[in-house]
Ligand binder design. Structure first.
Ligand code: AMP
Length: 434
């Protein structure tokens, strides 16, 4: 197996674009996927975000367009990439422009939540590569503003996410509008029965590739758990950001409401923050993301759904303000940092009620995550870290320590204090320190 881009069979224009990007070596998914895609094979690839999967399909896709030399007819397109979210569509298209900078191809995104007319005008002259979310693509098909008969390559990116988001019927409708003879590439982080069923309908004698299983990918990221009472999470977060001088932090909360509230509170603490979630308009989300990338916004607070497809190069810090209920989401969250082997840190603020969630995550990771108590933020003595609780006493201790809220967000307790500031030091933490 080769370790050089130059040995993968890519054209001079693409190699130039790759070196302009500063990439010196292909990642494993690129080494394994590029040659079969160039050879016209169907591919089923198990690869998650951060492995370099986008370039693994964009590079050979561009080259095949280059080799065929066919131009798209009016309102026709040559290659279709289906993705689950608007954000991912924008990111994939940015990769198409980046890697295709020395090639003459036209590419565009198609997604909902924005006006359809500009998309129609762009399509009118024919487009080489369209990156689309399924819903808006179907609108165009129904209106006859896009024709898929000339598509010779279809890519499903983050197919598992598309299924999670309920796009399977839309995907099947799109498939019916495609010509029977075409190349198909399916990328997915996980391989459920549903993915297998889709793959067997879609792909013909595919080359199967599996890189960096989830837990291996997670090894690239330094992970730590800070045990803390839920009511002190915000103070600890502000302390970590300030004392470590973190400049770009992606913070995860479980709910939209929690994200809004936390962003507001962090702003009061003097940390420039914005929340992004499904209730925010596309324009607001794009604005927040670009401010964040430019370094004008220090903290981006996101829910799991909103963070999917966010591509932020070299994001150094991810914080789990609340652990996710689904252990896989933890992997997706920490996959936002440590991309392409760059390393990164993932910090989880874990209160007693979340011990069960932490154990589930650790069994998925097949390893323990180090617990580090931050001085002055040690939880009340009845907090029992999951490591010590091998007997499995989960969330019980916290319930003893105070009100059994049945949830771990910390918002209720913070509110119970007279004011947010004084709420930082409550009776539980004073007791812990004394
Ligand atoms: P992806 O898995 O496609 O989301 O890519 C993750 C990140 O890795 C992106 O920010 C890419 O710019 C970067 N990347 C992709 N390929 C390489 C490579 N061969 N060398 C270094 N970085 C890369």
């Amino acid at each position: 197996m080769t370790n050089e881009f130059s040995e993968l069979g890519l054209s001079a224009e693409l190699l130039r674009a790759i070196s302009a990007q500063g990439y010196t070596q292909p990642t494993p998914i690129q080494t394994q996927a590029i040659p079969p895609v160039l050879a016209g094979r169907d591919v089923l690839a198990g690869a998650q975000t951060g492995t370099g999967k986008t370039a693994a399909f964009v590079l050979p896709l561009l080259q095949r367009l280059q080799e065929s030399g066919v131009r798209p007819k009016r309102a026709f397109i040559r290659a279709l990439v289906l993705v689950p979210t608007r954000e991912l569509a924008a990111q994939v298209q940015a990769s198409v422009s980046t890697y295709g900078r020395y090639l003459p191809f036209r590419s565009m995104t198609i997604f909902g939540g924005v006006k359809i007319n500009p998309q129609i005008s762009q399509l009118r002259y024919g487009v080489d590569i369209v990156v689309a979310t399924p819903g808006r693509l179907l609108d165009h098909l129904q209106q006859g503003t896009i024709h898929l008969d000339q598509v010779d390559t279809l890519v499903l990116d983050e197919a598992d996410r598309m299924l999670d988001m309920g796009f399977i019927r839309d995907i099947r409708k799109v498939l019916r509008a495609l010509p029977a003879k075409r190349q198909n590439l399916l990328f997915s982080a996980t391989c459920s029965d549903e993915i297998r069923a889709l793959a067997s309908d879609l792909l013909s004698s595919p080359v199967e590739i599996q890189v960096a299983r989830r837990n291996e990918a997670a090894e690239m990221v330094t992970q730590v758990v800070h045990p803390v009472d839920s009511s002190r999470k915000r103070a600890l977060l502000a302390h970590l950001i300030g004392s470590n001088d973190w400049r770009q932090v992606l913070v995860f909360t479980r709910t939209k409401h929690g994200a809004n509230r936390l962003a507001k509170q962090l702003n009061l603490d003097g940390l420039q923050s914005t929340a992004i979630h499904g209730n925010k308009s596309q324009a607001a989300r794009t604005r927040a993301l670009s401010e964040f990338k430019l370094g004008r916004l220090r903290v981006l607070v996101a829910t799991d759904i909103a963070a999917r497809g966010l591509d932020i190069d070299q994001l150094p810090h991810v914080v789990n303000y609340e652990l996710p209920h689904v252990p896989e989401d933890y992997i997706h969250r920490i996959g936002r940092t440590g991309r392409a082997g760059l390393g990164g840190s993932a910090v989880s603020l874990v209160c007693g009620e979340e011990n069960k969630l932490l154990r589930d995550i650790e069994s998925l990771l097949q390893r323990k995550v180090d617990r580090v108590v931050v001085p002055a933020f040690q939880p009340a003595p009845d907090f029992r870290p999951a490591a010590a609780a091998s007997g499995g006493s989960g969330g019980r201790p916290a319930a003893r320590g105070g009100r059994p809220t049945g949830r771990s967000g910390g918002g209720r307790k913070a509110k119970a204090g007279p004011a947010p500031k004084s709420g930082k030091i409550n009776w539980r933490s004073r007791r812990a320190m004394g």
